[in-house]
Design a protein around this ligand. Structure first.
Ligand code: MF3
Ligand code: CO
Length: 247
């Protein structure tokens, strides 16, 4: 069941989403070779707390950090640790903030120095997939039109779409209905109602789409060891388009 928010609830949602947006920019300005993924997590924790919010990820089903920091072959849910970020890495940072009784959620993939043409294209196309996915999106759009457009753009660029993780609704809970896959058939799925709030988050890989989860129960790595990227925003579906809250 796809929930809809009142204007008052959407007003409350703006603040955690603003914090997510600003935190991602803050990290983007500071992330560099030589830093550990744990240091990135500390930046995120401190920023969110300094803004009077809570990091939603910390303790979520036992998740041990405030951000997911996923380097190269790690597609999502990379647990921050002593891994040193190197020149040529791509680093996905995914974070959620909770304030006013609502969650905001967003992710970016950062290029560390010169990453080479393949990874550069991967990061660019992943971001483009988000914008293609929401092109023409408005109240009444079939949900899997988003999925179809993301998949189409990724695959037409020779990239593959991760199957086992999806976008989602968001609000008082970090994950609400519906699930928003990055692959699907155009014209299918429930029609999105005005004032539903969803996270659209393409997760795209350079090689095959198969993923395995490490023994820590979280870290999702590409089975073929090739790199993957992630780009995510929280948005409101409106009568005439979308309002992106984390951009
Ligand atoms: N922010 C992620 C998402 O897009 C969720 C992270 S899982 C957690 O759904 F355990 F780290 F919280
Ligand atoms: Co999300």
């Amino acid at each position: 069941m796809i929930g809809v928010k009142t204007e008052e609830e959407i007003g409350l949602l703006r603040e955690p989403c603003r914090i997510v947006k600003e935190c991602l920019a803050f990290v983007g300005e500071r992330i560099r070779a030589g830093m550990t993924t744990k240091e990135v997590d500390t930046l995120v924790y401190d920023f969110i707390k300094a803004n009077g919010a809570e990091p939603s990820c910390l303790g979520y089903y036992g998740y041990p950090a405030s951000a997911c920091v996923s380097v190269n072959e790690v597609v999502v849910h990379g647990i921050p640790d002593g891994r040193v970020i190197e020149e040529g890495d791509i680093v996905s940072v995914d974070l959620c903030a909770y304030k006013n009784g609502f969650h905001g959620d967003g992710a970016r993939t950062f290029c560390i120095g010169d990453v080479g043409p393949d990874k550069e294209k991967l990061v660019r196309v992943t971001e483009e997939c988000f914008f293609k996915g929401i092109e023409d999106l408005k109240a009444g759009t079939p949900l899997y039109d988003i999925s179809y457009k993301v998949q189409q753009h990724a695959e037409s660029n020779g990239l593959s779409v991760i199957r086992s993780y999806t976008g989602h609704g968001i609000g008082r809970e970090m994950h609400e209905d519906p699930s928003v896959p990055n692959f699907g058939r155009r014209g299918t799925g429930p029609r999105l109602p005005a004032n539903c709030v969803i996270c659209v988050e393409p997760m795209i890989a350079l090689g095959g789409w198969r993923v395995r989860v490490l023994n820590d129960g979280w870290t999702a790595v590409m089975s073929d060891g090739k790199s993957a990227a992630h780009y995510e925003n929280t948005l409101v579906v409106r009568e005439n388009g979308v309002e992106i809250l984390t951009l």
